[in-house]
Ligand binder design. Structure first.
Ligand code: BG6
Length: 255
């Protein structure tokens, strides 16, 4: 705390909290674009935020990505008596398996002595497949749990980086570029005003589901993600942001 005080992180947190209109902001020192270990520091900060917000029978939904994977690495809590259940926010994404929501969800459950359920569906599906798969009993139960989550931990991506990582088909790619998307979360691509310009058809959590969820924690850092973070937060669903100094300073520059 003392180190944070003298390094000015507390002041940055306060400024960012006010400008982004968030319930709370946590900033770790460094820039994860330059130093990969900063992601693990954000992970550690995120774990302490979660610890204060876990009540009995909490359902925690998590997305994929390298940042949330770092949160899972740092998660060492014993929640045996709290009966927490972890669920993936959405299906697999064609991400590397260690960065998939399913893998992260199982890891978090193992590190906290909790339960988990997995969603065995691809992330990008045709509307026919989606309409039929959501009626499968095993999928349906998990989807209901996802919708009743009390806490969500999600990553934020730079729009074009994510579109590339997902091997986005040309027509969608064009929509993303022409719509000037800068940020991505939950398969939604946002422009700098926070408007949705494209959405991947997915099974799992939808943007409107976030409205009912009391704790929506975004974990994202690196100065290259500043615009993305701002765009996603303009949506107004995030309650807490865990970020790094690199992103925070860049964010405050543009405001
Ligand atoms: C993905 C999430 O898995 O991770 C995205 O589904 C998010 O919504 C992305 O944007 C962030 O990835 P990373 O590796 O930059 O943390």
């Amino acid at each position: 705390e003392f180190m944070r005080e003298i390094s000015g992180l507390k002041v940055l947190e306060q400024k960012l909290k006010e400008t982004l209109n968030l319930e709370d902001v946590f900033i770790v020192s460094g820039d994860s674009d330059e130093s990969p270990w900063v992601k693990h520091e954000m992970g550690r900060a995120c774990v302490s935020c979660i610890r204060d917000r876990l009540a009995a029978n909490t359902i925690v939904a998590v997305t994929g990505g390298t940042t949330i994977a770092a949160v899972a690495d740092m998660m060492q809590l014993d929640c045996k008596n709290l009966h927490i259940t972890f669920v993936p926010a959405r299906g697999g994404i064609g991400e590397n398996v260690e960065n998939e929501a399913n893998t992260i969800c199982a890891k978090m459950a193992n590190h906290t002595n909790s339960d988990y359920r997995l969603l065995y569906v691809p992330d990008q599906v045709s509307s026919e497949v989606r309409d039929s798969i959501v009626t499968e009993p095993s999928v349906k139960t998990v989807l209901e749990m996802i919708r009743s989550a009390n806490l969500v931990i999600h990553g934020i991506g730079d729009a074009l980086t994510m579109a590339q990582r997902r091997n986005t088909p040309e027509t969608s790619w064009n929509t993303i570029v022409e719509g000037h998307a800068v940020g991505e979360a939950f398969g939604y691509y946002f422009d700098e005003h926070g408007h949705v310009v494209h959405k991947v058809l997915t099974v799992g959590m939808q943007l409107e589901d976030l409205q009912k969820i009391p704790h929506v924690i975004a974990v994202a850092g690196g100065s290259s993600k500043a615009k993305a973070i701002q765009a996603v937060i303009k949506q107004g669903h995030t309650s807490l942001l865990v970020t790094d100094e690199g992103a925070a300073r860049e964010l405050l520059k543009g405001i």
